[in-house]
Design a protein. Structure first.
Length: 223
């Protein structure tokens, strides 16, 4: 999937909590499965697509979170360590944008689900970070109000690529839509700092994914 497709997906993507009965199958399933494999090989993560499993979102917490019809989700699993959550955010968002480009909808889910035994594998030394609901949405979701670029970035005489990266970062989904991150320009490098709060390291990974796509830079941009 090229950068243009991903940028279009970034602008079109909104969190969706209600899903139809339409299954993920055929070419869409094949492509998504291949992309999951590619992300796992590159990152060392153990991301798994769980299909036709309705129990994780059939709980009081999920209903409180207004989830309905969720039967498919990505389980973001990886080796325990200080970088796990950021890695899950970065590669999970790559899959979110790819899913959007494939005509699917998604929603990051940190707490309002329950772990179902045998639905996915967590090997010795691994842990589940969080999940991403995926499927065909009953709606396409709605945009949320975003902060100004000046609230999440610091730069003097910012070049166009940095501005474009920050603009893309502001489209990134973050926990409770708090956008608690700071991007600071240092010459041709950028530092990214997570704020305080639940899943802030996951959010940082998501933000970095968006910034790279928007700026046209790769991971070498980071300090």
């Amino acid at each position: 999937m090229n950068a243009m497709d991903m940028m279009e997906a970034m602008r079109a993507r909104h969190s969706v909590r209600s899903y139809t009965e339409k299954p993920i199958e055929g070419e869409t399933l094949e492509t998504l499965t291949k992309l999951i494999g590619a992300c796992n090989r590159e990152s060392g993560l153990h991301i798994q697509l769980v299909r036709n499993e309705p129990m994780a979102f059939d709980s009081a917490m999920a209903h409180y979170g207004k989830f309905s019809g969720v039967k498919n989700y990505l389980a973001l699993v990886g080796k325990k360590g200080p970088k796990l959550d950021e890695l899950c955010g970065y590669y999970g968002e790559k899959l979110v944008l790819a899913a959007q480009a494939l005509g699917l909808n998604t929603c990051w889910v940190g707490m309002t689900f329950r772990k179902i035994p045998d639905a996915f594998r967590v090997e010795s030394g691994e842990k589940l970070s969080l999940v991403i609901a995926v499927g065909y949405g009953a709606t396409q979701g709605a945009a949320h109000r975003s902060k100004d670029a000046s609230a999440v970035s610091r730069a003097e005489n910012a070049p166009a690529w940095f501005k474009q990266g920050v603009e893309a970062a502001l489209l990134a989904p973050t926990a409770m839509n708090q956008q608690k991150f700071l991007l600071t320009l240092h010459g041709d490098k950028v530092s990214a700092r997570a704020g305080l709060g639940f899943f802030s390291k996951v959010d940082l990974g998501i933000v970095k994914c968006h910034f790279e796509l928007g700026s046209g830079r790769d991971s070498s941009v980071w300090l």
